[in-house]
Design a protein around this ligand. Sequence first.
Ligand code: NAG
Ligand code: NAG
Ligand code: NAG
Ligand code: NAG
Ligand code: NAG
Ligand code: NAG
Length: 481
Amino acid sequence: MKVPTTTIPLVAALVANASARDPITLNLTGHIDPSQVMSFVYVPFEVESGVTSIYVLQNYSMKGQGNALDLGVFDQRGYQMMDAANNTFGSRGWSGGFRNNFTITPSAATPGYNPGPISPGTWNVALGPYSSVPEGIDWQLNIVMGFDPVDEYFSPTFAQVDFDTVGQFDQDEWLRGDFHMHTVHSDGKYTPNQQIENALSQNLSFIFFSDHNTDTSNNIIGAYQAALAPNLLICRAIEVTTRHGHWQAAGLEREQLIDWRYQLNDDPGFEAATKQVHRAGGFVSVNHPYAACPACNWGFDNWDHNDAIEVWNANWDPTDQQAVQKWHDLLVAGKFTTAIGGSDSHSPPSLNGIPTTVVNARGRKQAAIVTAVKNARAYVVEGPGLSLSFHLQMTGGVTAQIGDKVKGGSLGAQAVLSTEGMSGQKACFISEKGYFYNTTITTGRLIQEHLPAHLKFVRVEVRNSTDDSMLGLINPIWFLS
Ligand SMILES: *[C@@H]1O[C@H](CO)[C@@H](O)[C@H](O)[C@H]1NC(C)=O
Ligand SMILES: *[C@@H]1O[C@H](CO)[C@@H](O)[C@H](O)[C@H]1NC(C)=O
Ligand SMILES: *[C@@H]1O[C@H](CO)[C@@H](O)[C@H](O)[C@H]1NC(C)=O
Ligand SMILES: *[C@@H]1O[C@H](CO)[C@@H](O)[C@H](O)[C@H]1NC(C)=O
Ligand SMILES: *[C@@H]1O[C@H](CO)[C@@H](O)[C@H](O)[C@H]1NC(C)=O
Ligand SMILES: *[C@@H]1O[C@H](CO)[C@@H](O)[C@H](O)[C@H]1NC(C)=O
């Protein structure tokens, strides 16, 4: 549950009105030992009745010279871990290492922080040491609490996540989209409206805003959607940015937050957090599992609670190849895990839709995109202008589509691939035994191949014939005995 934002608490308004008080200023200092890196430190401060604005300015030693200290805040609801049994979650905003100050008022807040009523009690600034010199981190917090009268309260404008209002899109349709992007609401330079414009120029039908550990972009996007892109489905996600890797909580409810502060073996921890996503009808994806930055790569070494893996993050590189290999190993082990892509676009010149994930959804709505991902009805291409189509023609006239689990063996099935924008490149058919058929794509030609016997699954990659980089990747069709 989040703070109510639509009703005006009369008492608070009167108190604010009556008290023309001077602001309260607190200057707090402390020291963080290098042993505390990758944990969280909470700095409590008292918020009196009548406070209507909170400003926090952070400063610390050796900033950018070996020390890095993330910033966020928990309100009077407390900073206890959210767990599967308890949705009480006091996070009131997070900016990681991107900002050194924030303001929260009932009507507005710094992006990444949730505006709304300011309730009295003990609040906590959250400090997240990310790296430290041997001497540790000396920090200062300058906190200013004001008592200005309140004349306006924030009210969220959520995007429409269901265009299927009268069932007019109740049919299977391939939709092009991007599951992973950032805005100024976390560490991006793109504003939400710029990301919408990028999505339109990339011919995407759906996008997921996925700022780090905050929902504030999801809470203001409705007005932009209505004005700029009434046909663009803008779905809700958060990139849950833990100290042991990043994962995508996608297809969330309104104002749903997900905890990110567990360590590897905490219980409740990662698993409990994924349950909350699933309970809300969303999907869980491990992001860029082999990314080469501290705490960005996947440390949980737990692949039992995710529906998908982001095997292709932004421009193709060797860490994506590692992710594809891991995904393949999981498929071989019999895990039905979906491969998806994500642009992770933050700032120019990076663009969303690089790569593009194309999903076969029934209905233009967030719930249908989530279902398509969970059922692996998806493929990934490098970007706009590239498309793939793949199916199996089974004996007896049955057709199997991407993501299907068909009964009976692979012998006699004919795999049929067609491509758009990939002439001259290399198409590869792959099973649990590895690559078994490669061919060069020529314009207008269907690629058809009879499958050998006893396959567990068949999937397809399209590789650049010059440098072997990925151009397209299709989720498998399975043969169940
Ligand atoms: C509240 O403040 C407004 C101006 O901000 C003033 O007009 C009004 O008289 C005040 N009401 C009370 C009860 O103090
Ligand atoms: C707190 O620090 C600020 C900025 O460094 C300074 O202007 C202010 O006087 C200090 N306030 C107190 C109460 O020490
Ligand atoms: C920030 O902290 C550093 C190191 O503690 C100090 O040298 C510097 O003066 C501080 N800056 C401000 C604006 O207080
Ligand atoms: C949930 O957390 C709140 C705040 O700490 C606490 O008061 C409450 O007892 C907890 N409920 C459960 C079921 O753990
Ligand atoms: C507060 O943050 C903004 C950016 O969010 C920055 O422009 C400004 O300089 C910061 N203020 C201080 C006093 O550092
Ligand atoms: C988007 O689609 C339009 C119309 O089909 C096409 O002209 C344009 O080139 C496409 N944009 C991209 C980036 O492929």
